[in-house]
Design a protein around this ligand. Structure first.
Ligand code: ARG
Length: 298
């Protein structure tokens, strides 16, 4: 049985009634060896072909990797692959899940752009080595699904926030709900600058979310407000130019975020979070930042 909710009147559960989920303790990242902007599949990539400073990108990536280590996370690093310049954005090729009994599962993505489809089997090999049960989308009804770019776990709870409109098809969420036996709250994205859910929604902890509300429909914002006690809003400038919402709170207390998000950072501190700023300028050229450059695992 699947539960996919698209409006507040369909919400038939409270947060406290959801099944519990272990918080992640590991991070997977992909080396930026072959990272570049070689094609245009989102508005940020326009005019950036060949504009990546490789040395600077490597510095930024290593600094971010070390940040996870400092916070006590074990970091697994995979090799990048020649010909796949976007593979460094390893939030996109999969959606992992851990059951209350500790069984690890992963659903592999179907990337929207042909240029990225070949990344998925490489990421799948990693999960196979780690002993995950591997699942694939039944593709008759689903055109594409971009993993944790569009499907976010509610911190420590068996609930998925799933976006559709640009990179993922609404139809995938029936399969996800059924496969992991969790409800999905589906949100339509309406602005191409916010083409993935992780560009406009960041689940900080059980009660708190950071959003850029312009990216959502009124119905979507109502759903978000119904499930979180505190909704922090990013300004248009920081959401679009600094990818402020593509932040991550790996432990529900510390937040890693692109440098310079003054307004959001103040709001985060006021809400009790510790803010750590990282430069991801070379990755902003490709339409990605902190959140998309990692996968949180158990
Ligand atoms: N250039 C990549 C793309 O357009 C960037 C992906 C960023 N990832 C993310 N989850 N927002 O697919």
């Amino acid at each position: 049985m699947s539960t996919v909710i698209t409006s507040v009147d369909q919400l038939n559960f409270k947060r406290s009634e959801l099944k519990p989920m272990t918080a992640p303790s590991k991070v997977m990242m992909v080396e930026p060896t072959y990272y570049d902007v070689e094609y245009v599949i989102n508005p940020y990539m326009k005019n950036q072909i060949g504009a990546v400073d490789k040395i600077q990108a490597r510095n930024e990536w290593e600094h971010l990797r070390d940040g996870y280590k400092e916070l006590g996370f074990k970091v697994d690093v995979l090799d990048g692959r020649e010909g796949f310049p976007d593979m460094v954005f390893c939030a996109n090729q999969s959606l992992p899940y851990i059951s209350p009994e500790g069984d690890k599962h992963v659903l592999m993505s179907i990337m929207k752009a042909d240029q990225r489809k070949g990344e998925v089997p490489f990421i799948e090999q990693y999960y196979r080595r780690k002993g995950y049960a591997i699942h694939h989308i039944e593709s008759e009804t689903v055109e594409s699904f971009e993993g944790m770019g569009d499907a976010l776990w509610h911190f420590k709870h068996g609930l998925i926030w799933g976006a559709y409109g640009f990179r993922s098809s609404l139809e995938v969420y029936d399969q996800i709900s059924e496969l992991f036996d969790v409800p999905v709250i589906a949100l339509e994205l309406q602005r191409e600058e916010f083409y993935h859910l992780d560009t406009c929604m960041c689940v900080l902890n059980e009660e708190t979310v950071l959003v850029y509300s312009d990216a959502f429909t009124a119905q979507g914002m109502d759903l978000i407000s119904a499930m979180f006690d505190t909704v922090i809003e990013a300004t248009a400038y920081e959401a679009e130019n600094l990818f402020a919402v593509n932040a991550v709170s790996p432990d529900g207390l510390n937040v890693l975020i692109q440098q310079g998000c003054t307004d959001v950072n103040q709001k985060l501190r006021d809400a009790g979070f510790y803010v750590h700023e990282y430069s991801t300028y070379e990755f902003l050229k490709s339409g990605g930042s902190v959140f998309c450059m990692k996968m949180m695992l158990w």
